[in-house]
Design a protein around this ligand. Structure first.
Ligand code: AHG
Ligand code: MN
Ligand code: MN
Length: 337
């Protein structure tokens, strides 16, 4: 029988390879795994108990919060604080930065940016949703309250990033900069077990993912690229297939495994793009690069962007290298990067 490697065992093994590791980072990841299981439990009950639908208020970005947005936010906040390793959090669902610097978290050296429930508009109809997280080392001195500068670090400074996809099975996928590994939750033992080791995305894919309902509002370069995807050319496997769920995590996860590209360009309603740099684009970009893919926003590598605000939005193009490069060419040619 094949040996089962649980997420915790994997984390401990990785830690053992770094002589100077103290175990703090491992503890943080362990608690993220616990929060993921709690959220998974609630999502699995959705429809049976009164947890679907709107919470009755908006977040700072004017988006209506779902009850599960609030539940997931609370679950991750609690576990991150309980880990004692996290001194501050930026969350899609919190207007301001949250800091912990007393008691258990007195010596904490990590900050976390997260989208507790991604694609939450899909939850009422039983479609995959996700959680996205990224971890950075704080810049401010240990023992004091974390400051804005701790959160406005470039994506290239990230220590780790991951997502949980609550789908037909629940998976936790993460990277610490040494490749990407995926763990599937085995509900019979309540553990995430290594199921996808060292994930690599195909160099060239055949799937393009974009909300084509916004077509008229896209930059000309993106309109032309969509037409390119639809043209027949057997040499380049075109026409490509269009797939769009409306959950970044689920769309990205499928494309990473099968080969494809996800696009969210600027539109009239979101002139700088819709997705949030700190807790959507940057962690997904880090995972994409670690899997051999690419990501850019505006005219630069997403991970090189200097964030200016915690809820900053940006355009986002991520996926298989050949496809992402082609999009860049189209945007460049039509001069609307
Ligand atoms: P969230 O549910 O965290 O607000 O994120 C929704 C995001 C993302 O998951 C998805 O890719 C995108 O919004 C879909 O937007 P459209 O409905 O505009 O296509
Ligand atoms: Mn989201
Ligand atoms: Mn969200």
């Amino acid at each position: 029988m094949q040996k089962t490697i649980t997420l915790n065992e994997f984390i401990i093994n990785q830690q053992a390879e770094i002589p100077e590791a103290t175990g703090n980072f491992s503890r943080l990841l362990h608690h993220i795994g616990i929060a993921a299981k709690k959220v998974n439990r609630e999502i699995n009950k959705a429809g049976l108990v009164d947890i679907l639908g709107r919470a009755g208020h908006e977040n700072v970005q004017g988006e209506e919060q779902q009850k599960l947005d609030v539940y997931a936010n609370d679950a991750f906040m609690e576990e991150l604080q309980a880990s004692g390793e996290c001194c501050g959090i930026v969350s899609e669902e919190n207007d301001e930065v949250t800091t912990f610097h007393e008691g258990l978290c007195r010596d904490a050296k990590y900050i976390v940016c997260m989208d507790p429930l991604d694609g939450s508009s899909n939850i009422d109809v039983n479609v995959s949703v996700g959680t996205i997280f990224s971890i950075y080392r704080r810049k401010s001195p240990i023992g004091q309250a974390a400051v804005l500068e701790d959160f406005l670090q470039k994506g290239s400074d990230m220590l780790a990033a991951g997502y949980i996809i609550y789908g037909s099975s629940t998976m936790l996928v993460y990277t610490t900069g040494c490749g990407v590994n995926g763990f599937t939750l085995d509900p019979s033992i309540g553990e995430f077990c290594l199921s996808h080791s060292n994930i690599k995305t195909p160099e060239a894919g055949k799937i393009y993912s974009i909300n084509e309902g916004n077509y008229e509002k896209f930059p000309i370069g993106i309109k032309k690229y969509i037409k390119y995807c639809q043209e027949k050319d057997p040499k380049t496997s075109r026409p490509y297939t269009s797939r769009y769920i409306g959950s970044l995590v689920a769309d990205f996860h499928r494309n990473m495994l099968k080969g494809g590209v996800f696009m969210y360009p600027p539109t009239d309603s979101h002139p700088t793009g819709k997705l949030r740099l700190l807790y959507e684009c940057n962690p997904i970009a880090f995972i994409a690069e670690q899997a051999g893919g690419m990501a850019f926003s505006g005219d630069e590598r997403t991970l090189d962007m200097q964030p200016e605000a915690i809820h900053q939005r940006t355009s986002f193009y991520v996926g298989s290298r050949c496809m992402v490069k082609k999009i860049h060419e189209f945007l460049d040619f039509f001069n609307n990067i």
